[in-house]
Write a protein that binds this ligand. Structure first.
Ligand code: XIL
Length: 345
């Protein structure tokens, strides 16, 4: 053999250092494929319809989508019995055409309920028996409509308080704690193949919430209720420490036989933006993906919007923003580059 060929053979045979990528992924879809997961984003339907550049980045980068608002109860049934599916349908159809899986968000929540429902419960015109029937019909109707088209549903969202007690929603108050088991059973009946999740925020680190949520899962499993996943919203901010125990928390849920998803990740900061803050943000995104990849059953890593042009953060956390992977002009931020550099743990 010629020396050059020998040298080449040696280079090719040398094991890659553990931290090196065999090749650098070209985008998040490519990265997700390499890691055997899906990377997703919440989608603003008005932007999806109206902004070609938004669509282009969404479809280039993401292989999973969640409707930011379009599948919530107030969106699909603003008047009793009069369903408005157009936005949710548009997203599901868009996903089908672009090889994106869909997370259904969300069936049972205390927020963004239609006014006819909350006022009816409040003034007593909807009693407990009727409320239970309304919830069953809601779950059955929505899940059945997208049967086979939704990979995973957030069946119950934010049912535990930060102090570990159960949230006093209209559901708990009027139906009792059994509403959670009922919701999972009804959803399962309507689409037996969809993965059914319990989803919450601060579940990344809050011990009281973690313990209560784990016991809800065990309790449901003991009753034979179909529950398949735990979703961590992951609304983080760089003014707080990164939740360093997150991977262990994921593992505790995985140990119960559940799959895991990061369902709504964003990393906000106090404005104005500085290069240092963007670097810290990049590190939080990198660590979140690394934590997910360290747990075998973490299947989905979804961000709550991909561009600072459309993010819920400025409207909900005054003085804060810039929480996403792309800036308002859709230029990738350091956080985006940090994700592309993540290798298997
Ligand atoms: C937010 C949306 O992003 C906003 O547009 C809307 O005004 C309020 O809800 N946890 C959830 C999401 O589960 O549904 C919330 O989405 C953010 C917090």
């Amino acid at each position: 053999m010629k020396p050059l060929i020998i040298a080449l053979a040696l280079v090719l045979a040398a094991p890659l250092p553990a931290h090196a990528h065999p090749w650098k992924p070209s985008d998040l879809r490519d990265l997700a494929r390499q890691h055997g997961i899906r990377i997703g984003s919440a989608v603003d339907i008005a932007a999806l319809r109206g902004e070609a550049d938004y669509r282009k980045v969404l479809d280039r980068e993401f292989s999973h989508v969640t409707a930011e608002n379009a599948m919530k109860w107030e969106s699909i049934e603003p008047d009793r019995g009069a369903y408005t599916w157009a936005d949710a349908d548009a997203l599901v159809e868009h996903a089908r055409r672009n090889d994106q899986r869909v997370r259904g968000h969300t069936l049972v929540w205390h927020n963004q309920l239609p006014a006819w429902l909350t006022s009816g419960v409040e003034d007593g015109t909807i009693d407990a028996a009727e409320l239970r029937k309304i919830l069953r019909d809601h779950i059955t109707t929505e899940v059945r409509r997208y049967k086979g088209k939704i990979r995973a549903w957030d069946v119950v969202n934010e049912v535990v308080n930060d102090d570990g007690t159960m949230r006093q929603s209209i559901w708990l108050t009027h139906l009792g704690p059994g509403y959670i088991a009922d919701a999972f059973r009804w959803a399962h009946r309507a689409d037996p193949h969809a993965k059914l999740y319990i989803n919450d925020y601060n579940l990344e680190w809050n011990a009281a919430k973690i313990e209560t949520t784990l016991s809800i899962v065990k309790d449901l499993q003991a009753q034979g209720v179909p529950i398949h996943g735990a979703g961590f919203q992951g609304h983080l901010g760089i003014q707080y420490d990164y939740p360093g125990d997150w991977a262990n928390v994921m593992r505790r849920f995985a140990d119960l036989g559940l799959e895991i998803a990061v369902t709504e990740l964003d990393v906000r900061m106090e404005l104005p933006v500085t290069p240092e803050k963007l670097a810290t943000q990049a590190d939080y995104y990198r660590r979140a993906l690394t934590d997910c990849l360290s747990v075998k059953v973490c299947r989905e890593f979804t961000v709550w919007g991909f561009t600072d042009r459309h993010s819920w953060v400025p409207g909900w956390f005054p003085g804060q923003g810039a929480a996403c992977l792309f800036d308002e002009n859709l230029a990738p931020k350091p956080a985006y580059q940090a994700l592309l550099g993540v290798t298997k743990a």
